[in-house]
Design a protein around this ligand. Structure first.
Ligand code: FAD
Length: 290
């Protein structure tokens, strides 16, 4: 353990970027602290903590553009759940945020923290993947943020590709077009609240003339990194949903994912349940008829 821990609390992005430029030693970011507080070895060794919840732009930005919205990375899940525009345009994100921990955790925990923590069980990650979220990474270089996707930032369980001076500043969500897609998010855990996922599944899709025009599928807790099930998506593309197609897609998803056995669940349970969740989602979509 270091003798002392310095906490730096920048008030805005300009100050944060300036501090990072001058800092001689690596710093550890802290936002809601709901993950980092239980990773004792990390903050004990930290030396310097940079508090992102004091950075005005990161805690307060919700910018609505013509093609999407920009969310400050240090917005809490409670903030996200409450915004009308997010409820209307991104109900799948609201649903995943509602299922995180408990209301107390949602009040503190941030979207940026969920992404940077890079847990395969992070509940918003499959959802952000199907929404084609774009992560804006600071500090700005010549006034521009570096952009990356959720599957690019995550390099393995608990690991991200950010350099010590890099942080997630914003999450950009393009509006799903055309409007009103079918969406599905289901998390399977030990109990309803305060449960880390055994696995989860996010699906977003559009039909045209009763055939699937586009579908995006991403399962959580079934591989070291979050990535979309592109082969299952391809199999479903242009198909009419019937029981044979649905069964084929479930079998393909079970082949495509690589779950492990750990304290929360087993390889076999995760594989078969992922297939069943996909069947449930596609059957619901077939019945909904939109
Ligand atoms: C009781 C409990 C229940 C939980 N339940 C769930 C659950 O159901 N689902 C779920 O997904 N998670 C759950 N979590 C985990 C946690 O709440 C989430 O991962 C949360 O989103 C983390 O956000 P935070 O702001 O608290 O992150 P912090 O703890 O502040 O930080 C987490 C990590 O990300 C880094 N970091 C934070 N923000 C940034 C940024 N903007 N840029 C770069 N790096 C950054 C930090 O350095 C740290 O390494 C639970 C945690 C607890 C304690």
């Amino acid at each position: 353990m270091t003798d002392r821990i310095d906490i730096i609390s920048p008030v805005n992005l300009a100050q944060l970027d300036h501090i990072l430029e001058k800092l001689r030693k690596p710093a550890t970011y802290v936002a809601g602290a709901t993950d980092i507080m239980v990773q004792k070895s990390r903050w004990e060794q930290a030396g310097t903590l940079i508090d992102l919840r004091t950075v005005q732009e990161l805690v307060s930005t919700l910018e609505i553009g013509p093609e999407g919205i920009l969310i400050g990375a240090a917005l809490s899940f409670t903030d996200i759940i409450r915004y009308r525009i997010i409820q209307e345009k991104f109900p799948i994100l609201v649903e995943s945020c509602r299922q995180i921990g408990s209301v107390q955790i949602q009040n503190r925990a941030t979207l940026g923290g969920n992404i940077a923590n890079a847990s395969p069980a992070g509940d918003t990650l499959p959802v952000l993947a199907v929404l084609n979220a774009e992560l804006w990474i600071g500090p700005r270089l010549k006034d521009n943020f570096t952009k990356m996707s959720v599957d690019e930032i995550m390099t393995g369980p608990g690991k991200n590709c950010l350099q010590p001076n890099q942080y997630i500043a914003y999450i950009y969500l393009p509006f799903p077009e055309p409007t009103d897609p079918f969406w599905y998010f289901r998390k399977v855990g030990q109990r309803y609240s305060m449960a880390i996922s055994k696995l989860s599944l996010a699906v977003l899709g559009w039909k045209h003339n009763n055939h699937i025009r586009e579908i995006r599928i991403c399962a959580g807790s079934v591989s070291p990194r979050i990535k979309r099930a592109v082969l299952t998506e391809k199999l479903l593309s242009n198909q009419e949903l019937n029981s044979k197609v649905i069964e084929k897609a479930a079998t393909q998803l079970m082949k495509e994912i690589k779950p492990i056995t750990d304290i929360r669940s087993t390889h076999n349970y995760r594989k078969s349940t992922a297939g069943r969740l996909l069947q449930e989602s596609l059957s619901t979509w077939a019945r909904a008829g939109k």
